[in-house]
Design a protein around this ligand. Sequence first.
Ligand code: F6R
Length: 611
Amino acid sequence: MCGIIGYSGHRPAVPLLLEGLHRLEYRGYDSSGVAFEQAGGLHVVKAEGKLSALEAKLEGLAHTLATTGMGHTRWATHGLPVERNAHPHLSQDGKIAIVHNGIIENFQELKEELSAKGHTFLSDTDTEVLAHLIGEERKDAPSLCEAFARALRRAHGAYAVVMMAAEEPGVIYAARMAAPLLMGVGVGECFVASDIPAFLPYTREVVFLEDGELARIKGPAWEVFSLTDLSPVKKSVSYVPWDMQAAAKGGYKHFMLKEIMEQPRVITDCLTGRVLEGEDGARVVLHELDHMPVPTRLHIVACGTSYNAGLWGRQLLENVGGIPTDLDIASEFRYRDPQILPGEAVMVISQSGETADTLAALRLAREKGCMVIGLCNVVGSSIAREADVVLYTQAGPEISVASTKAMCSQMVLIALMALYYGQRRSPAVGDAGLLRELCTLPERLSAALPVMQERAAQLAPRFSSARSFFYLGRGQCHALALEGALKLKELSYIHAEGYAAGEMKHGPIALIDPQFPTFALALDDALFAKVKSNIQEVLARQGRVIALVQEKDGRAPDLAVEELWVLPSAHPVISSFFALPALQLFSYRMADYLGKDVDQPRNLAKSVTVE
Ligand code: F6R
């Protein structure tokens, strides 16, 4: 998830671009760059690391006369976070520059085609291939605009792209397909950016570009075209009443809520390029694992929410992937001299890629000569660098201390791994229904989330006086119960325990009374009847119960609980992707209702780099 800004107008462009990039800082940084017009050509400056590194490079350079330019902050998805991979990228002749957010899935194919025509590439990125392709198309196309459109029509995947070219001074082009991009219309000037905060101090007049649209901007003049045939598209200008703080949060009150609501997009990004439609149906493609033998056993090691994602995935890896799997908390694994046999692999899961215990577990596994697979969100992090194989979860920067969308992306990736290993062991092992529903999940979840938000807001005031909570579930819902309890305690400081529902009768049930409510996960899976019995046991002891359930044949199950929370029906594995945000939203609403600091709960740090 990168940040983009473009400008065409009457002010010096470079300081304005830098200011805009600073305002996109919450999107994360590993390198940045700008392009601007100078002496009839294009000038590109880029730097690895924080924006201050780019600012230092620009100091003393003559750029104050440029009134057109574009800038980019990179959050790496393809290629290491180093200067040569930073944007902008240039065409072969250096006369066209682009910045890009997204993934061009067929870049390898395009790269081979262009290489055969004599193109040479300076970076590892998919973006540079697109820049070269535009240059190549320009050789035959009647206009730059046509060349841009032709190249984009050949690119598969997601993109928001801004382009400048030496042949059209003062002009910037922009186009989008499944990645955010909008225009800001000022007085005598126009902006284009991946997010509103980038230009908010200058204008609140916004034009939202849609997928398949292309814009041409020159100072105050702007036009939008359809990418398909370059026919003009009529657009309206909207007024955005946000202040800066609200804008960085996309209009949400907290980053946590924004990140919960982003989960449909996160699932799409995680699936992009990893599911291929073929003649025999859809298949999972995880090239990163292709050269590695199928492990005879997988040891999952992680902390906190990432551990809960691993626990959720264990059953899938065993049942769908056919791989015996066990699981450890990283701080335990590193000190218990784990026995790992030849042919087995360790899989560490970490959003930040910097968690000290998980990193130590990884190093221990490597010392033992074991292959390590890293499931990471942050590209170039320590775990990503040190693992033998890394699979990126592609959730984008997670700002709120409590992890939400990262767990969703970890679950998607583990489900893909299970399907992938299932395919490799025998095409008959997989689960075609699961893959089909994974692909339609983003749309279904987008529709369900607003309803869940309302339900969470209704429930929070009714339960906010509780001092303790149980979260109960079985099977994959046991992992979700642990996660629900973790979220509630870290955000609202209410004591909560996640339990395997069948374990309650072995002691904890003694705690149940009307002041100790239970959040039961009673989803429509093979264990529903068992969880239903456990709910009866709680009710028999005057316990208050919220039950998370699903409709079956158009009806909610008959449970005499205080609150039923009904989720859409789905494949038993897919149901978890509805239950997870319900739990997150409940904790979010409880904490917000109680006036807690949602995005930065007390005593916590986002990245736990100490033991
Ligand atoms: C809880 C939370 C933590 C992290 C844990 C591991 O909301 O965020 O429990 O999940 O500290 O962090 P990563 O995944 O970065 O290794």
